[in-house]
Design a protein around this ligand. Sequence first.
Ligand code: THU
Length: 131
Amino acid sequence: MLNSVETLVQTAVAARERARAPFSHFKVGAAVEDEDGHIYTGCNIENATYGLTMCAERVAVFKAILDGANRLTRIAVVTAAKELTPPCGACRQILWEFCGDAELILASVDGLRETVTVKQLFPRPFDATFL
Ligand code: THU
């Protein structure tokens, strides 16, 4: 059974609570859903070198793969920013390669919502088809 958009967003909101963001103070939560309705969550995890930071989206996708997810079809990303937060470039690459042209729900803890597709944000991707 697939989940409602609000369920997916609220799952990402809960994951965001686990964010480790002592340097940026910018907490992000993500929830990825597979075609069977299983949800895998992620939060951003920073460290003292800054550069080794891992974004919430990638944590969620990698957890999904580890846990044996089927085709990933939807992703919700939540922050507390006033403006909806789109995934960074590195995450767009990973989302394209592991979720294809999935639905991407950008959300804020204050109730803003916007649904786009990965392709809209990443229109001319490099991927394995070039290799
Ligand atoms: N961040 C994410 O987790 N996802 C994004 O798509 C944008 C940025 C994190 C990385 C870092 O911990 C903090 O937000 C500020 O860049």
